[in-house]
Every structure is written in C-alpha cells, then in structure tokens.
Design a protein around this ligand. Sequence first.
Ligand SMILES: [Zn+2]
Length: 263
Amino acid sequence: MPEGHSVQRTANWFNKHLAGSKVRVDSPQGRFTDSAKLVSNRKLIRARAIGKQLFLDFDNKKTVRIHLGIYGKWRYFDSNKVEVVGQVRARFFNAAKLADLRGPTICEVIETELVDQHKKRLGPDPTNPDPKKLNQERFVKRVRASKSAIGLLLMNQSVISGVGNVYRAELLFRAKLSPYRLGSSLSQKQAVELWQDAVMLMKVGVAKGFMVTRQEQLSSRKIHDERNYVYKREGLACLRCRSNVALELMATRKLYYCPGCQK
Ligand SMILES: [Zn+2]
C-alpha cells in the first residue's frame, strides 16, 4: 500500500507535466468512462495530495478524487501514444505526457467545493506545508487526548494522514516508543518529536521515491537494500539493542517493533 510520500510524488508529477494544460481523460477499461467525460479536455488547475488521496482540480469546478488502496498503481510516460496494457481505469494525457491509473479503490469526479469536506475528515498530513505549526498542534492534541495505542493512532487517517505500516513501525522505533503505549501516556515533547520525525522522514521519502528510515542512509545517495530498522525484520537482531525484532498483529495489520528498546 503506498504511503503519503508516494501520493505527494504523484501530485508533483501532475503539477509539473499536466497542470496548466488541457488534459484528455478517458477510461480504456470503461469503468470510468462517463465520469471522465465530465473533466476531459478541461484545463487541469492543480494536483493536491492530502494523506493517501490525490485531488486533481479542473477549471470547471470539478475534481477527480483518487485513492489507490492496496492494488492501485500509476505509470507515467513521456509520450501520449502508448498502447493500453491490462485494465487501465483512467488515462490522463496532454500533447507530451501520459499517466495511466490501474486498480484504484476510488476514482471519482466530485465538485471541487466538496474537497474541503474530504480534507476535514482527514488528519493533518506531514508532507503538507505547516508554517504556523497548526497541523503539528492538531496531531499532538489528538494523540495526547486518546486512550488508544499509539500504534493504532498512527494508522488512523483521521489522526495523521499518509502514514502506513512502514512509517508507523519505523517512527515508533526511532522514537523508542512501544506501539502499545497509549496516546495519553506520551509527553508533549514525545508527541511533538514524533510528528516532526514524520515530517522529516516523509520529506526524504518524497525526494527519494522510497521509504528510507535508517539514520545513516537519510542523506546518502546510494540505494541500499536494507533501508529500515524493524519493518519486515522480524526475528532478526535489533540494530540498536540486539533483541529480536517482533512481528505481531495489531487490528489485523502486521506490526513490527523491538520489545527490547521500544518502551
Ligand atoms: Zn531494540
């Protein structure tokens, strides 16, 4: 499942290559054909990533809302003459560039004025600018007021949007926090630092295009195979305390953490 940094990269691609031009939209597979007609050949004003959702605003007050879900995928091309391969739900293109969308959970056209309602339901997104630290404050308040485990809160898109299983595991490891700690047990400082670490790590993810969380690799230009501390490292020695990394289920999702040093 893509996490927020990859949705931000998609928005960047749309803003760089399609925004400002008339965009043709169609649905080779057919399931999005009628909706595509509502925006096709209109000018794309901008793309916005909010959490795991992408919003494409067109100049007729209509917006395409997309959530990739578990199976959704984007492919981008430097040409607009590309053979359709497989089930392409939606195709977006101008004279020079083309993007194909396959398998999204949501791909629909909504009125642009409704985007704010979707936004309100979503928690603050660490990849969005936050000059007045309002997003940080929202996150910190919500976490510290909650009797839920922090491991659940980080996966709750109304608390923080864009974080998925990888960042959840890695953020908690970096913070030395057990995923079972209740939100209300975190100090103000711990909650602020958790948010700021998410902002920093997801920024790196947007820039690099993949999720790297090991400190020594954050500024490295080399691509390493092993980029994470605990994610998918169950049974292996913790890189900090040498205990075995655990794999458990939390609300049906896999949870990776180190019982030795995450307290
Ligand atoms: Zn450890």
